[in-house]
Design a protein around this ligand. Structure first.
Ligand code: PAF
Length: 294
């Protein structure tokens, strides 16, 4: 695959028509296109997705759209960080070619009434505590893919269930795009990078940094053959002791279909999944565990 083209100035488009004009121009020149969907408030994790896209496609489009349909009325849609000028600088430095920043009426014009529902894989974990969430994500990602018509679209593994929901949708609806998963990018203490980390006070930030150590420890025990039920009990105790305001879920599921593992040792590649509340902020993380060699 030839290296991505380097432009001196990132372009910005705000309508489907302008987006298509740019993408069609690249296609006419024989160039491949990658899409990195985001809600802005970008950090190194998002930029790693841009770089991954650039390693696989000649051109990368990043979308910035805080999608109202994936927030429940009591959630943080209104306060979600918005920093367009800074995001554009970061995208430019990461080698992104085009930012697509549609206003809400471009994405959901008057009369909009379609939504995508992905069933089993969207149930439980984040789908259990945020029942509206994956319908909103699937609908907007389906639209973004239809709007940009990319060859590939890149998503981070921090939102692992989201990645599998999108893969399922793309397969079920025969959408002509390859979905690429990219590894979680972590801070120096292991905290998974997230736009919502910006909500944390310094005290909350210190607590948040303990989650990944608990999950890593659980994954190591599972990979050494420990029983799932006992490992979850230990993990729960460690999270309670670490000062989190609440534990939403702590589960071990198969890495491919998110089937619950246990109560005995894992028998397939799995992931430990957690959602916790720190102060008022909900954070998620996950860690892979492999069954011990027979
Ligand atoms: O992961 C996110 O930032 C969002 O859920 C996504 C995929 C951009 C859809 O709004």
């Amino acid at each position: 695959m030839p290296a991505a083209v380097v432009d001196s100035q990132i372009g910005v488009v705000r309508s489907v028509k302008a987006l298509r004009a740019r993408v069609d121009g690249w296609r006419a020149a024989g160039e491949t296109v990658g899409l990195v969907p985001t809600m802005g408030a970008l950090h190194e994790g998002h930029l790693s997705l841009v770089r991954r896209s650039n390693s696989l496609a000649r051109r990368t489009v990043a979308s910035i759209f805080v999608n109202p349909r994936q927030f429940a009325p009591h959630e943080d849609f209104g306060s979600y960080p918005r920093q367009e000028a800074h995001d554009l600088e970061l995208l430019q430095k990461a080698g992104c070619h085009l930012a697509y920043i549609p206003p809400p009426e471009e994405m959901y014009p008057d009369g909009f009434q379609t939504s995508i529902a992905v069933s089993e894989i969207a149930q439980g974990l984040c789908g259990g505590s945020r029942p509206h969430f994956f319908g909103g994500v699937a609908t907007v990602v389906c639209k973004l893919i239809n709007q940009a018509r990319p060859d590939i679209a890149v998503f981070g593994e921090k939102d692992y269930q989201q990645l599998l929901v999108i893969r399922r949708m793309v397969k079920d609806l025969n959408m002509p795009v390859d979905i690429i998963g990219a590894p979680i990018v972590r801070e120096a203490d292991g905290l998974a990078m997230s736009s919502r980390n910006a909500y944390l006070s310094s005290e909350e930030r210190a607590i948040a940094g303990r989650l990944n150590a608990v999950l890593a420890d659980m994954a190591a025990k599972l990979s050494a053959g420990a029983e799932v039920a006992a490992t979850i009990d230990d993990g729960r105790a460690a999270i309670n002791a670490a000062g989190f305001a609440a534990l939403d879920y702590l589960e071990v599921r198969s890495a491919d279909l998110l089937e619950p593992m246990g109560p005995g040792a894992i028998t397939r590649p799995s992931r430990v999944f957690a959602a916790v509340i720190v102060g008022k902020t909900r954070l998620i993380d996950n860690w892979p565990a492999e069954p011990p060699a027979a």
